[in-house]
Design a protein around this ligand. Structure first.
Ligand SMILES: Nc1ncnc2c1ncn2[C@@H]1O[C@H](COP(=O)(O)OP(=O)(O)OP(=O)(O)O)[C@@H](O)[C@H]1O
Ligand SMILES: [Mg+2]
Length: 253
């Protein structure tokens, strides 16, 4: 007789990939935005998804945390998440920093950070995690009681990343952290991303800033019209003329 095991009783495998995506499809009203994307992320890796506007990057990220319906397979730490709700995926140790940041403008910096830890309730841990985040982003400490809506774009991005880190994720999904930021702040944000990764966090990064993404990630996937057109080692992709040229709509040079 075989016992029926509910999915939540199946433990994540210690040796499993952090993320395994197979033949992912996302459609909006019958129009395909993601057309069979397969990719994976090993524990501790930084992996980038690159692609022009509308390539399907955000749709892919949203599918991973079940914010949009999708076809195909998604496994996170060995667990099939396709039947889970977004909060259940978060409980597996996944945090998404969404495109456009989605911070709460009329709440303070501190309150925004506390919201990121809603899955963790012990007050002692809260103080420690707040300290870790402001150590990473000292600017947030200076603005702790300030309304988040009054922060600069770069500071809001720091807050969005900080808020995600408050849940102490094992897999961090970053959707265009450099969007709308001045070059200096972009560099600051990417330095922080590298710092975060040094502590062993696994990161999947969506970026249009190809050069910076390929300097930061170990491997990358290039999406074109909802499909993986090119993938591989970041170093090799940096020298690949197709990356600069056709696929990303950038001028060569
Ligand atoms: N909610 C939606 N309803 C209908 N179509 C959508 C929706 N969200 C995205 N799309 C379409 O799906 C395609 C992929 O969009 P997506 O946001 O995933 O692209 P992206 O690679 O993140 O682009 P960008 O770099 O501009 O953020 C686009 O053609 C877009 O218009
Ligand atoms: Mg997007």
């Amino acid at each position: 007789m075989s016992a029926v095991v509910p999915p939540e009783a199946v433990p994540a495998q210690a040796s499993a990939r952090a993320l395994e995506v197979e033949n992912l499809t996302v459609s909006y009203g019958g129009i395909a935005a993601v057309k069979g994307v397969s990719l994976h992320v090993e524990p501790g890796e930084i992996v980038a998804i690159l692609g022009a506007n509308g390539a399907g990057k955000t749709s892919t990220m949203k599918a991973l945390v079940r914010l949009v319906k999708s076809g195909g397979g998604v496994k996170i730490f060995g667990r099939d998440v396709t039947a889970l709700a977004t909060h259940e995926v978060a409980a597996l140790g996944v945090a998404l920093v969404p495109e456009g940041r989605a911070i709460f403008g009329n709440l303070s910096v501190e309150e925004n950070l506390q919201l990121g830890a809603y899955l963790k309730r012990e007050p002692k841990g809260m103080a420690r995690r707040l300290e870790q985040v402001v150590t990473l982003f000292p600017r947030l400490k200076e603005r702790f009681t300030q309304n988040a809506g009054t922060l600069s774009g770069g500071e809001q991005q720091m807050l969005a990343i900080g808020r995600a880190l408050m849940s102490e994720p094992k897999l961090l999904l970053l959707d265009e952290p450099s969007l709308g930021l001045a070059p200096k702040l972009t560099l600051e944000i990417f330095a922080s991303i590298r710092d975060i990764a040094k502590n062993g966090l696994t990161i999947l990064l969506v970026e249009q800033n190809t050069r910076l993404a390929l300097e930061t990630a170990k491997r990358a996937y290039v999406l074109v019209s909802g499909e993986v057109a090119l993938s591989g080692d970041a170093k090799a992709l940096r020298d690949d003329p197709r990356v600069k040229d056709a696929y990303l709509g950038e001028s060569v040079g």
